[in-house]
Design a binder for this molecule. Structure first.
Ligand SMILES: CC(C)(COP(=O)(O)OP(=O)(O)OC[C@H]1O[C@@H](n2cnc3c(N)ncnc32)[C@H](O)[C@@H]1OP(=O)(O)O)[C@@H](O)C(=O)NCCC(=O)NCCS
Length: 147
């Protein structure tokens, strides 16, 4: 899974990367809902759950976690380290998941950067989940539009 014209590479990872994902999640979601290594290990033990990380010069710069059940894939989380933002990593990670077919996700209604990214990748709004997050905020449900 290399991106020859880009300065990063995508690599599929297994449960052994739980600590790495937790560290990236913490720095990316600081002040929000951070998932620890135990949570990632548990998520990755479920059939159909896949993690892909982005590497810049072998340095972990971001990752996406998705789960496929039958013909639907959910993006469980997406994180790009602040030092590596706005160089196309998030978009590549999402596009890599879009190869699986129909994709959906929840995103906080106030998360404008992520909503802009998903819209650029062709997602459209499918609904709202009220009080979806622990802080009581709502989530938008987005679905990929080209399937
Ligand atoms: C949202 C996030 C994943 C974006 O990652 P990224 O690698 O910087 O995104 P990209 O460089 O691939 O950006 C692709 C497009 O998304 C949009 N976008 C990304 N960051 C944006 C920002 N801060 N403000 C506005 N639009 C933004 C732009 O349209 C951008 O295209 P452009 O650079 O040509 O304008 C990253 O900021 C992040 O990890 N945020 C915190 C965690 C989070 O919110 N995760 C999503 C939870 S559902």
């Amino acid at each position: 899974m290399s991106s020859p014209e880009k300065d990063f590479q995508l690599q599929a990872m297994g449960p052994e990367c739980a600590s790495l994902l937790a560290a990236l999640h913490e720095v990316t979601f600081r002040g929000g809902e951070v998932w620890d290594a135990t949570s990632f290990k548990s998520l990755l033990s479920v059939t159909g759950t896949e993690a892909t990380i982005a590497l810049v010069d072998n340095c972990p710069a971001g990752f996406i976690l998705s789960r496929t059940v039958l013909d639907e894939t959910e993006i469980l989380t997406l994180a790009v380290h602040p030092d590596f933002c706005r160089r196309g990593i998030g978009q590549s990670l999402v596009q890599n998941v879009l190869r699986k077919g129909k994709v959906f996700l929840e995103v906080a209604v106030c998360n404008n950067p992520a909503i802009a990214l998903y819209r650029k990748c062709g997602f459209v709004k499918a609904g709202i989940r009220r009080r979806y997050y622990r802080d009581g905020s709502d989530a938008q449900v987005l679905v990929s539009s080209d399937v």
